[in-house]
Design a protein around this ligand. Structure first.
Ligand SMILES: [Zn+2]
Length: 588
């Protein structure tokens, strides 16, 4: 152990601010290391400890286990529980405390900020002073808080040499929150990495990186359970940091009709109920990232758990576990190990198995095998339409006889998540078109789908509110939208339907599903919600590449038979979440 020649300086008395300043200068000059700064390697050390204590390594020591240093604490506070706890954590981390130094309380944050710049330098980023780190940290937390308040699912920090844009994804759409300089953008990306403690310990700006942030050292905004952070390197030193906000799960209770609340139709709700009554079989859910697939699976599993009076065993394989599922044993594994994980699951005596994704042939084969051997399986995949689910898994290499086996394929679902118009500030679509707020082309596309007699029902987002995070100020309004709703299609394949698909007669299969099995296309579901003023017509056009191909004969029937019942007066308003329904507007 090397004892530096400056040791005595640490033991001096502090009588004035100048003494403190010279002490801090000495630490700087002699390159002493303050181990307790932000980004500190001491597990469990938090902001509270950092306000009351610091740990300074002696000159010549490295910041590794076994290094000896001086423990700095406020005058007369040596026995304060926070101080004692900090000292304990430092020693538990393997450092040797060989001296106590008492300083004025206000000097401690200053000393710790020296450690901050040391650890920032160590982790490969640009140099920042402790003050800069503190100000960036504040900015970052204010971004996190604003994103949580705005109901954002993700934060994008796009830091480019020409400037940095901070965007939120809210109800499925990217909205700009603020702009910063490139320098600040780089610092935000970097400090976000320091504050997130799970994952790659060193920040490497030229690499793809992943980390998680959970409450502990720092508190997360209200309603947020954890943050999942991902960094992408860009050209010319650009950096992107994408932060997923994992919300605290809402309690799911069957009596609240969670599927209807989420935006599924009563027909969909019944289909999920029929699936839950089966003893074995496979449910596959498809949709893009962020379409709420995990939430749908969680709802279905939770309701099942209640319906079977908690007398079932549920096991999950997730990468990673996103939200807790009541009564389930949840396992986080990298998706590359799903195949091995699934084998283990089957041996774990479960009734229900949830695998968060069928990502390759082996895991898909395992999932099919499990559903054939008396388990209720639920999983997801990526494709546009429910009817394409079997071809998607065949593309992975799954045998056609398995992908198209009516005895195991019980339910195929495709879903999207779209914004719900704020009932307080949305405006009639016809008014927006008259004012030239929407293109003639868009209007014609919409007219092509929505029958004339329903046209006056259409509503659109209020352009004045579209740039305001808190919209019109009414409860739940964000940028003129008041929530998100599911647009979905659900297929419960039967033998005849499967036979069409086996014979490669996809179109016939679809018509059979629509006409004989009472099916409804994703686009038709979006059409209904548009015609009743719940979603913006742009969402309808966004759901499908070719909504004009919808069958005209079905549209009017659906509007009269289903729309009236579901969105007219069939479901009482309080059964639906606020904002996801609307009283009928008068028709011309
Ligand atoms: Zn509003």
């Amino acid at each position: 152990m090397t004892v530096g020649n400056g040791e005595k300086l640490l033991l001096q008395k502090f009588e004035s601010q100048r003494d403190v300043d010279s002490f801090v200068d000495k630490i700087k000059e002699e390159a002493r290391i303050v181990v307790t700064g932000l980004g500190s390697p001491i597990p469990g050390l938090n902001e509270k400890h950092r306000e009351m204590s610091a740990f300074v390594l002696l000159a010549g020591e490295e910041d590794t286990e076994g290094a000896a240093g001086q423990f700095v604490h406020p005058e007369k506070k040596r026995l304060d529980p926070v101080v004692a706890e900090a000292k304990d954590l430092i020693q538990k981390a393997g450092y040797i405390v060989n001296g106590d130094v008492s300083v004025p309380l206000k000097a401690i944050p200053e000393i710790n900020s020296l450690g901050t710049s040391y650890f920032l330098g160590l982790s490969g980023g640009q140099n920042m002073t402790g003050e800069e780190v503190n100000s960036i940290q504040k900015k970052l937390f204010s971004i996190y808080t604003s994103a949580a308040r705005a109901g954002a699912s993700d934060i994008h920090i796009d830091s480019l040499p020409e400037g940095c844009a901070i965007n939120f994804r809210i109800y499925g759409q990217i909205r700009n929150y603020s702009h910063e300089t490139f320098a600040v953008g780089q610092q935000l990306c970097h400090v976000a990495a320091i504050l997130a403690t799970e994952g790659d310990p060193h920040y490497e700006p030229a690499k793809f990186q992943d980390k998680n942030m959970r409450p502990g050292e720092y508190t997360l905004p209200h309603g947020i359970q954890s943050l999942r952070l991902h960094w992408n390197p860009g050209s010319n030193g650009a950096r992107q940091c994408v932060i997923r906000l994992n919300k605290e799960p809402r309690r799911i209770r069957p009596e609240d009709k969670p599927f209807l609340k989420a935006g599924f139709t009563p027909d969909h709700d019944d289909a999920f109920a029929r699936f839950r009554q089966k003893k074995s079989g496979l449910l596959i859910l498809s949709g893009p990232t962020g379409s709420g697939k995990t939430t749908t699976l969680t709802m279905n599993a939770t309701i099942l758990y209640f319906e079977r009076e908690t007398r079932i065993a549920i096991n999950t394989l997730e990468d990673p576990v996103e939200q807790p599922i009541l009564g389930a044993f949840q396992t986080s594994v990298p998706s590359s190990e799903y195949r091995v994980g699934l084998k283990a699951m089957v041996r774990s005596d479960p009734d229900v198995i949830i695998v968060s994704e069928m990502r390759d042939q082996e895991s898909s084969d395992q999932a099919i095998h499990a559903s054939r051997t008396g388990h209720l399986m639920m999983s997801t995949t990526h494709c546009d339409h429910a009817i394409s689910i079997p071809s998607r898994i065949m593309d992975m290499g799954v045998d056609k006889m398995n992908a198209l086996d009516a005895s195991i394929m019980k339910m195929w679902v495709s879903q999207r998540l779209v914004g719900v118009l704020c009932p307080h500030c949305s405006i009639p679509y016809t008014e927006g078109v008259k004012k030239g707020l929407r293109s003639q082309f868009e209007c014609e596309s919409v007219q092509n789908i929505i029958p004339e007699e329903y046209f006056s029902n259409l509503r659109m987002i209020n352009p004045v509110m579209a740039d305001k995070m808190l919209g019109c100020g009414k409860k739940g309004c964000r940028y003129g939208q008041s929530g998100a709703t599911i647009i979905a299609e659900v297929i419960e394949p039967d033998k005849a339907f499967i036979k069409f698909l086996r014979d490669m007669e996809t179109e016939k299969a679809e018509q059979y599903w629509l006409d004989e099995l009472g099916g409804m296309l994703l686009e038709e579901h979006a059409m209904l919600k548009t015609a009743y003023g719940i979603i913006d017509p742009q969402e309808l056009l966004g759901v499908s590449e070719n909504p004009g191909a919808l069958r005209k004969d079905r549209i009017l029937t659906l509007l009269k038979d289903k729309g009236e019942k579901w969105f007219g007066s069939g479901i009482s308003k309080d059964k639906l979440e606020e904002g996801s329904t609307r009283e009928k507007t008068s028709r011309s």
